[in-house]
Design a protein around this ligand. Structure first.
Ligand code: F6R
Length: 261
């Protein structure tokens, strides 16, 4: 795992956007894995800016969401499909039918997980998966005790996650759906490159547990330790609890110019 410590959230966004830009430029049919929530917003703003002023095109890309709430009506502002359309895909040239997310309609729950896995497989697999980390260590909505081999499935959110996400629902944790569909940890681990973004001191503890703690289902993000190409990009505040921060800084600063994240 490579740990990249940069000054602030803007620098986190720049490093992540650079990695996505390289992939989108180099591959004939890139497949992007998109996270929602606040962590990737700076990265999305940087990509939109590069599309508008630098001509970066996503017309040849496909994109898959990590997760979706169950039971929010189509078009609900906090449904993750609506969120990603608003924050990214409506502002770039990704074809609308190139975006897929888990189908969170209650009547489809029995078949939606397998269909989503199949769509990802048919795309040839996700090349780069963006991830945030929950205060309880989750990735996607794989809450603590999620199997490290899990596939896309229905999960129940912890009270901690519903409280964290209340800010998107007018501050009301009870308005946050209790159930979600999420790519499993096993699904996420099949992406070619995992890029986890974290900013702010509230992420310092889960980042340290994921990066330097033991591999454990109690900290789902620790599963990144199993991946051959995982990059954790953090600002100084989110790096605050890392024991080996000096080593990570030195390793990144001395990277040869040709060696990208
Ligand atoms: C979002 C997702 C979640 C978030 C995590 C952090 O699609 O899967 O794992 O990445 O809850 O959320 P923020 O970035 O809002 O702190």
């Amino acid at each position: 795992m490579e740990i990249v410590i940069v000054a602030d959230p803007e620098a986190v966004a720049t490093v992540a956007a650079d990695a996505i830009q390289r992939l989108v430029t180099d591959l004939p049919t890139p497949v992007l894995g998109l996270a929602t929530g606040s962590s990737p917003l700076g990265t999305y703003r940087a990509l939109i800016e590069r599309h508008r002023s630098g001509g970066l095109s996503f017309a040849h890309c496909r994109a898959f969401l990590l997760d979706e709430y169950v039971g929010l009506p189509a078009g609900h502002p906090e449904a993750y499909r609506t969120f990603i359309e608003r924050e990214l895909t409506d502002q770039i040239d990704l074809p609308p039918d190139a975006l897929a997310g888990p189908d969170g309609r209650p009547e489809n729950l029995a078949t939606a997980p397998a269909r989503y896995e199949q769509r990802i497989a048919e795309s040839g697999g996700i090349d780069l998966q963006l991830l945030g980390i929950g205060s309880d260590g989750h990735i996607g909505f794989n809450e603590p005790t999620s199997s490290l081999g899990s596939r896309t499935r229905l999960k129940t959110l912890t009270d901690a996650t519903r409280t964290d996400n209340a800010r998107f629902f007018g501050g009301d944790a009870d308005a946050v759906p209790r159930h979600v569909l999420t790519q499993g940890i096993g699904t996420i681990l099949e992406a070619g490159h995992l890029v986890l973004l974290a900013t702010g001191s509230s992420k310092a503890e889960p980042v340290a547990r994921a990066v330097e703690g033991p591999l454990t289902a109690m900290v789902p993000a620790s599963a990144l330790q199993l991946h051959p190409h995982a990059t954790v990009i953090v600002d100084e505040a989110a790096a605050g609890r890392l024991t080996n921060a000096g080593y990570y800084r030195e390793a990144f600063a001395n990277k040869p110019a040709w060696q990208h994240i």
